[in-house]
Design a protein around this ligand. Structure first.
Ligand code: HMG
Length: 389
């Protein structure tokens, strides 16, 4: 009999500030309908000067450690594509901020927005080997495109932390997975750039090609039929993309693409992403959080996950919602993480976007801006300095 392994707890954090798309539209003269309807985005999270992927990740993971303790966590996998160091895992800083035991393995994983799904699957493998262990999977990203580029409207920032273990309280992850890899240059970020490069239309086409590829493999591996799924969590670089992807999947499978049916399958997964923006690796799991927080009872129902990372690697898999899951949700905290953000105007956002640390190895303190539990205090001797507030 196969073990029941999956997501035992899920918590997320996002940036200190929020830029409404109305402010971006007023600055660049875009008709607001393009943002609100065309790409399905209302606002984007903007990290404070003293926030980064580490502080977001620690903020997301702290409530999980507080609820479950750290005794069973022997592995931390940190998935990100907005890495802060070429050698050291960002997870090691989180390990330190959260006071996790030294008998832990910590590693960073990258494949664009797909990284967190690889982390989740690797975590399941570790738990299969030793069911007493739990794995802390963290997806944390700050999405940055060049100012005044088409991608600017699809930025965002968030971290999702998931505790993976036996007899999960939220979602049991199933076999098989449908896999797809294709060498495409739809979106990438060379090491010398702080903002991503993208061919927007090609990236949408590459995503849709991956939807087909993963579904084909999922079916060939003996996966569920499409009509068995109660909802679908897609990677959401902008929420309209989930609609495009699901329509494409229905077409590919020979189904009608009735708008109400698509909205029924996707609608409740977009509530957090539409106000947070693209959080890269975290995005598909923010979709799950929004679904679990809003849907009527999903007990026993299968959910489809489509994780896409440019470049590209994608995976389709199923998870079944576990009885009693509603008592373990963090709905109030999730809504508060979004509601607590302070609006910034376009000029303040632009100033934050353009900031970077000097590279001279000197001592450079950051302004105190975040009201979150952890902050990036500065850089000294090329070393990032983190502190608990
Ligand atoms: P764009 O050129 O700014 O916009 O690029 P557009 O002209 O394509 O318009 C967008 C939509 O708005 C269109 O709808 C318009 O019709 C509509 P569609 O034809 O697509 O259904 N529109 C309006 N609707 C209502 N009222 C109006 C109005 N005007 C226009 N007044 C693009 C948009 C998303 C390409 C751009 O923002 C971009 O390059 N974004 C970044 C790349 C991206 O998000 N790609 C998604 C797939 S790749 C992916 O998901 C991976 C990623 O997350 C990275 C990773 O894996 O690490 C990005």
């Amino acid at each position: 009999m196969s073990l029941s392994i999956g997501i035992h707890d899920l918590s997320f954090a996002t940036g200190e500030f929020v830029l409404p798309h109305t402010a971006l539209a007023a600055y660049n003269g875009t008709e607001i309908g393009k943002y609100h309807v065309g790409i399905g985005q209302e606002s984007m999270s903007v990290p404070a000067a003293d926030e980064d992927i580490v502080t977001l990740a620690a903020t997301a993971a702290a409530p999980i450690v507080a609820r479950h303790g750290s005794e069973r966590i022997r592995t931390v996998v940190f998935a990100t594509e907005s890495s802060i160091d070429q050698a050291k895992s960002a997870g090691v800083y989180v390990h330190s901020l959260l006071g996790l035991p030294s008998a832990t393995r910590v590693v960073e994983l990258k494949q664009a927005c797909y990284g967190a799904t690889a982390a989740l699957q690797f975590a399941i493998g570790l738990v299969q080997r030793d069911p007493a262990q739990q794995v802390l999977v963290i997806a944390s990203d700050v999405s940055k495109y060049e100012l005044d580029s088409p991608g600017e409207a699809t930025q965002g920032a968030a971290a999702v932390a998931m505790l993976v273990g036996m007899d999960p309280a939220l979602v049991r992850i199933e076999d098989p997975s449908g896999l797809f890899t294709a060498d495409v240059m739809d979106f990438w970020r060379p090491n010398y750039l702080s903002t991503a490069l993208v061919d927007g239309q090609e990236s949408i086409g590459a995503y849709l090609q991956a939807v087909e590829g993963t579904w084909k493999d999922y079916s060939e591996q003996g996966g569920r039929a499409l009509e068995e799924f109660a909802a679908f969590c897609y990677h959401q670089p902008f929420t309209k993309m989930a609609y495009k992807a699901h329509r494409h999947l229905l077409n590919y499978c020979g189904y009608d693409t009735d708008s109400d049916a698509i909205a029924g399958a996707i609608g409740q997964t977009t509530a957090y992403n539409t106000v947070i923006g693209n959080s890269y690796t975290a995005s598909v799991y923010l979709g799950l959080a929004a679904l679990l927080d809003q849907a009527d009872d999903l007990t026993g129902k299968p959910i489809g996950f489509l994780s896409y990372g440019s470049g590209s690697v994608a995976e389709f898999f199923a998870g079944t919602v576990v009885a009693g899951y509603r008592e373990r949700l963090r709905t109030e905290a999730n809504r508060e993480a979004i509601a607590r953000r302070k609006p910034v105007d376009y000029a303040a956002y632009r100033e934050l976007h353009q900031r970077s640390f000097p590279t001279d190895g000197g001592d450079h303190a950051t302004e105190r801006q975040t009201t979150g539990p952890f902050r990036l205090a500065g850089i000294s001797g090329h070393k990032r300095q983190y502190e608990t507030r």
